[in-house]
Design a protein around this ligand. Structure first.
Ligand SMILES: Nc1ccn([C@@H]2O[C@H](COP(=O)(O)O)[C@@H](O)[C@H]2O)c(=O)n1
Ligand SMILES: C[C@@]1(CO)OP(=O)(O)OP(=O)(O)OC[C@H]1O
Length: 163
C-alpha cells in the first residue's frame, strides 16, 4: 500500500578518466581520447540515474543490487543494470514521471551528443523524450573535474504510484 502518491530520488556518481577505455555516457559512446574507469562499463550518468531510482523507491543503492565484487558485473552494460533497476521499481508499484540530470565534464563538449543521450535515457526509462533532460557543465577548470581527472553525474527522478 502506497502512503504517498509521489516519491523523489537523487543520485550521484563519479568515475576516473583514464586512457584506453571508451567514454560511455547515458548508453552513448562519445568520441574522446580517454574513457571512464570502472568494474562495469563505468557509465557515470546511468549509475547516477540508477541510484536516483533506487533512492526514490527506498531500495538502497546500486552497489547493493549490483556489487562491484561480483565478476558478473565486470564490463557490465549499465543500460541493462538500469533496466533491471526499473523492473524492481515497477514491481514495487512505482513508475518514473521525469528525470533531470547534470554531467560535470571539463571535456569533451557534450552538446553535440545531447539529443542522442536524452533519447537513449528516455528509451531505457521507458519515458517520453520530453520527460528526460540531461545537462552538461564544465567545472570552470576547478578541482578534479576541471583537471579532467574524472567526470561526475547527478540525477533527480520523480516517481508516481502506478495505481
Ligand atoms: N562537457 C560540456 C560542458 C558544457 N557544455 C555546454 O556548455 C555550456 C556552458 O558550460 P559552462 O560549464 O561553461 O557553464 C553548458 O550549458 C553546456 O551546454 C557541453 O556541451 N559539454
Ligand atoms: C554497477 C557497478 C558494478 O560494479 O559498476 P562500477 O563500474 O563498479 O561503478 P561504481 O559507480 O563505482 O559502482 C556501481 C557498481 O555497483
Amino acid at each position: 500500500m502506497m502512503h504517498n502518491e509521489y516519491r523523489i530520488g537523487q543520485g550521484y556518481d563519479v568515475h576516473r578518466l583514464v586512457e584506453g577505455r571508451p567514454l560511455i555516457l547515458g548508453g552513448v559512446t562519445i568520441k574522446h581520447d580517454k574513457g571512464l574507469y570502472g568494474h562495469s562499463d563505468a557509465d557515470v550518468l546511468l549509475h547516477a540515474v540508477t541510484d536516483a531510482l533506487f533512492g526514490a523507491a527506498a531500495l538502497g543503492d546500486i552497489g547493493r543490487h549490483f556489487p562491484d565484487t561480483d565478476p558478473k558485473y565486470k564490463g557490465a552494460d549499465s543500460a541493462l543494470l538500469l533496466s533491471e533497476a526499473l523492473e524492481l521499481v515497477l514491481k514495487r508499484g512505482w513508475m518514473p514521471v521525469n528525470a533531470d540530470c547534470t554531467i560535470i565534464a571539463q571535456k569533451p563538449k557534450l552538446a553535440p551528443y545531447m539529443e542522442q543521450i536524452n533519447a537513449s535515457l528516455a528509451s531505457i526509462l521507458r519515458l517520453p523524450i520530453d520527460c528526460v533532460n540531461v545537462k552538461a557543465k564544465t567545472n570552470e577548470l576547478l578541482g578534479f573535474e576541471g583537471r579532467e581527472e574524472g567526470i561526475v553525474a547527478q540525477a533527480v527522478i520523480l516517481l508516481k504510484a502506478r495505481s
